[in-house]
Write a protein that binds this ligand. Structure first.
Ligand code: CA
Length: 254
């Protein structure tokens, strides 16, 4: 399987060296890519760079106040997640920060666990489903059939083969990649067609799935189990008999 690696980049803006060091070390130890700044001007510069996923922003900073940095960022990058690091007794600033579009705040002194939990929660909220890090399967097995997603082919034996359309192959691969949960029709629409669900009939998905189920039937008439389950009122899910396999692209039928 090919794993999509997502490196999350965080900027820490904090003038107190001990706190900054602690936060930076903690985030790095947790696998984040971290840049740091000890004043507001430098902080704004770092936060404006491309590819930044989150900013941890102290409010009382030399050279440029945290709230001014936040205001500047909101103009340039309206959706960039920002968590305010604030001292006790500065409730007014905290409220102003949230009103100005900060995503959350953490009150100093905070524990490592609390900070990481806030960071993870804000990152989770800010990520569209398509950026979820999942393993993309190269193929799947269903009963005696081997499905090759890149060739868009179902093989029951050397002489029994079927073809999948690009969309059918994408739907099947998406369901296999997210096999631990149900996938809604809307998510399939945005994940596969790359469009917002509004404006497209979710019935389109049902039609493709119906065709897929027909194509998954064993030509010999043998029972194959359940390939795609319908989750009432929600969408679809890979059945227990549809499993991801590796190395299918090498073209071996077993
Ligand atoms: Ca400070």
């Amino acid at each position: 399987m090919e794993t999509v690696m997502v490196t999350t980049r965080i900027v820490v803006v904090e003038d107190e060296p001990a706190i900054r060091r602690g936060v930076v070390d903690l985030l790095r130890a947790s696998g984040y890519n971290v840049a740091e700044a000890a004043d507001g001007l430098r902080g704004q510069e770092e936060a404006q760079r491309d590819g930044i996923d989150l900013v941890l922003l102290d409010l009382l900073l030399p050279k440029k106040a945290g709230l001014d940095v936040l205001a500047g960022l909101r103009k340039l990058k309206p959706t960039l997640p920002v968590i305010i690091l604030t001292a006790r007794g500065t409730e007014d600033d905290r409220v102003r920060g949230l009103k100005m579009g900060a995503d959350d705040y953490v009150v100093k002194p905070f524990s490592a666990r609390e900070l990481l939990a806030r960071v993870e929660a804000v990152l989770r909220r800010s990520r569209p489903p398509s950026r979820e890090a999942v393993s993309k399967p190269t193929g799947a097995r269903f009963g005696r059939a081997v499905i090759d997603f890149s060739r868009r082919e179902i093989r029951w034996s050397e002489h029994e083969r079927g073809e999948l359309s690009e969309t059918e192959s994408a739907i099947l691969s998406f369901l296999v990649a997210h096999r631990q949960r149900a996938v809604s029709r809307e998510e399939l629409l945005s994940g596969i067609w790359g469009i917002e669900p509004e404006g497209l009939e979710t019935r389109t998905v049902d039609m493709h799935v119906a065709r897929l189920r027909t194509k998954l039937r064993d030509p010999s008439g043998r029972a194959t189990g359940e390939g795609i389950l319908t989750v009432r009122g929600h969408g679809y899910m890979a059945g227990p008999d549809l499993v991801a396999v590796e190395g299918v692209a090498a073209g071996r039928a077993s």
